[in-house]
Design a protein around this ligand. Structure first.
Ligand code: PFF
Ligand code: NA
Length: 450
């Protein structure tokens, strides 16, 4: 494709692009959500299905989003509009972009509340609150936080303000430079935690739980959860990666870069699991404790290790940073869309989108306390938001994306974008046309009729 009229600036280098993509993908999904979902689903069988989904579904969809973005050169809605129009395809494909923006709003509303938990834990950690706590103590600390709508709202607001500030200022570049140091630091600290678990916790029991699949725990729900999380953790199905793809220069190899992101994201998630489950088993805690899992396990380690105050504080600071870079990538497309479709300027768009997200976040705040008995469809508001996005919206838009690339775009155009050798491309195309869409469709339909 040579017709790239007045396209916006391209990433200075592959590294800058990689940092932004990793910044979006590595976040609470890896360190908070992956371990608790694994625990709720019974361990290794979930992990195995998750890894399969990442490779067979997540990777080809990530590549599809990037190649569409690189061709479209604009926000996801315009990208789909433009490519579908040029190929004389239905304008209905634009719904991929619309669904993505809606999903981003829903996700950020609860993501910010959990980011707020992490902020609160910086404070607990820095004030040595964990020192000497036992399992019961960390449980009480967490329940107190969850039981206080005022506190949760405070931290949620702070996290949202941090996110709005960056997006409003359009200064994500500075953040990107910080990410160059802070993301590796997070990885190193996670490895330190794994090392700690290896020397003090029930390391073998933890590894066994993670990597020794108990197939009796496998059912439709677990498979759907694993597949949904593959989308969530890679930031897929929201048009975010598509928007990033529009910054990708032609000489960047999409396949190699996508594989790098996928591998990094997976390593961080697995490391989090390897740090947490040994602590769970060493202290007789419940792996199925749910969303509070990391907040009720890691403080035990920080409270008893030497230098725990510093390590703990640093850990939660880095966790907030990782969450922050992901949250920015969630707010950005909403703001861009508002800026384009309304008379508002960037600052106003950021404030309006941020306020709307903050407001919806209050429902999640209350779902842990005052509204905990309010359970439409048998779920709390938080669970419902999580369900609707990860298990419904993301897989659906992801499916549409890969069907579009696999079946509605020309073979040669896709091949030129991916720049793959004959054999590799044949494999890629087969998975994009058959394996990934059929996989998503089967899981989806099975769960709909179940
Ligand atoms: N991928 C992020 C994580 O794993 O924490 C969460 C996320 C970011 C989801 C951006 C979706 C998204 F568009
Ligand atoms: Na992730």
């Amino acid at each position: 494709m040579t017709n790239k009229p007045h396209s916006h600036a391209q990433w200075s280098s592959r590294i800058a692009f990689l940092l932004a993509a990793v910044g979006s993908s590595v976040g609470l999904g890896n360190i908070w959500k992956f371990p608790y979902m694994t625990g709720e689903s019974g361990g290794g069988a979930f992990v195995l299905v998750y890894l399969i989904c990442i490779l067979l579904i997540g990777l080809p969809i990530l590549m599809s989003e990037w190649l569409l973005g690189r061709l479209g050169q604009k926000n996801p809605i315009s990208t789909m509009n433009r490519i579908a129009g040029r190929l004389k395809r239905s304008k209905a494909w634009v719904l991929i972009g619309v669904g993505g923006i809606l999903a981003a709003w829903l996700i950020l509303s609860f993501y910010s509340v959990i980011g707020g938990w992490a902020l609160a834990y910086i404070r607990y950690s820095a004030t040595a609150t964990f020192t000497g706590l036992d399992g019961e103590g960390v449980g009480a600390l967490f329940s107190n936080l969850l039981g206080s709508p005022g506190l949760l709202l405070l931290w949620h607001s702070l996290f949202m303000i941090l996110t709005i500030a960056i997006v409003a200022g359009g200064v994500a570049g500075g953040l990107e430079r910080a990410a160059k140091i802070l993301m590796p630091a997070l990885a190193v600290l996670l490895l330190v935690m794994v090392g700690y678990a290896a020397t003090t916790g029930s390391f073998e029991a933890g590894l066994d739980y993670l990597f020794n699949p108990d197939f009796s725990r496998l059912d439709g729900d677990v498979i759907l959860a694993a597949m949904g999380h593959a989308f969530f953790t890679l930031s897929l199905g929201m048009g975010i990666m598509m928007a990033y793809g529009s910054y990708l220069s032609d000489d960047v190899n999409i396949g190699r870069t996508a594989l790098t992101v996928v591998v990094l994201d997976t390593i961080i998630a697995l490391a989090a699991g390897m740090a947490i489950f040994p602590i769970v088993f060493a202290n007789g805690l419940d792996p199925a404790a749910g969303p509070g899992l990391i907040f009720q396990t890691l403080p035990l380690a920080f409270g008893s290790m030497s230098g725990g105050v510093i390590f703990g504080t640093l850990f939660f600071v880095l966790l907030v940073f990782a969450a922050w870079t992901s949250a920015i990538s969630l707010l950005e497309p909403i703001v861009e869309w508002l800026e384009e479709k309304s008379p508002l300027n960037r600052l106003q768009s950021a404030l309006v989108a941020g306020a709307a997200t903050w407001l919806l976040g209050i429902a999640t705040v209350l779902s842990f306390n005052d509204w905990s008995a309010f359970t439409p469809f048998g779920m709390t508001v938080f669970d419902l938001l999580d369900y609707v996005t990860s298990k419904f919206m993301l897989p659906l838009t992801g499916l549409a994306t890969i069907v579009f690339v696999g079946w509605f775009m020309g073979r040669d155009e896709v091949r030129a974008q991916l720049n793959m050798s004959g054999m590799a491309f044949a494999w890629w195309r087969f998975s994009a046309r058959f394996i990934a869409p059929i996989g998503v469709a089967i899981v989806f339909v099975y769960n709909l009729i179940h």
